[in-house]
Design a protein around this ligand. Sequence first.
Ligand code: NAD
Length: 240
Amino acid sequence: MNKNVFITGTAQGIGRAIAIRFAQAGARVTGMDVDSKLNAETAGLAGDRFVALEGDVSSAADVTACVTLCGPVDILVNNAATVAGDGLLHEVTEEAWDRVSSVCLKSIFLCTKAVLPGMMERRSGVILSLGSINALTGLHLAAYTAAKGGVLSLTRLLAQQYGGVQVVGIDYWGKDWEYSKKVCEKNAQAANVENRVHFQKGDAAALDFANDTFDGAISHLTFHEVKSVADKKLVLQAAL
Ligand SMILES: NC(=O)c1ccc[n+]([C@@H]2O[C@H](COP(=O)([O-])OP(=O)(O)OC[C@H]3O[C@@H](n4cnc5c(N)ncnc54)[C@H](O)[C@@H]3O)[C@@H](O)[C@H]2O)c1
């Protein structure tokens, strides 16, 4: 895969798994994370096609510096997130709210803004933002849920403004797949994007949070979605 991929939050979890998957497929991968120690471990696992960069995704200066070091980005994966200090709304401090919002949502503004001009010039690119079922159901975690709602809305806005969009719903709730699908469909209808919504059901392993295969399966799904559109025109995707 002859692509230049920029991924945020690669020091662990899903971001690390996505990075390894792309590197294995032959892409050049740049992984930005605040945790340089764990990101170095990712580098050890991903091999020499992976470059680990230290930076805070909520800082414009850090994002600009890292994207510049990466070079022209073919695929952006907005993955970094935090829930530190989040919880029931009446218990969340202003500082925690701002931090969670910035890392989960502002980061997508910053990273997307940094890569879009080049993608528009080349008329090619993929932007994938990791969302959450929280955005649809308001489960728990006040600031995170609000931010992920923003991710969904922002992706729709980008879809309208930059075209060629697929919205991909990835189900994290295996047993409630039908329910999740229904909520997603309703949501898409409300946003008038029903023709563009494509539902992708994760396999059983992807839905077992306690199982090590969770990350791999999710990234596998993501990888295929990205790969299938990477050679086409500008495409934006949201994993719900
Ligand atoms: N794990 C789940 O169950 C789940 C479910 C739905 C959605 N998601 C979404 O998938 C994505 C990955 O989730 P995960 O479980 O792998 O997360 P995680 O917490 O395991 O990893 C997040 C990574 O982001 C990095 N990070 C945090 N703040 C940062 C900052 N300011 N700048 C740069 N990097 C920063 C962390 O160091 C870490 O490496 C997130 O967007 C999350 O919201 C996860």
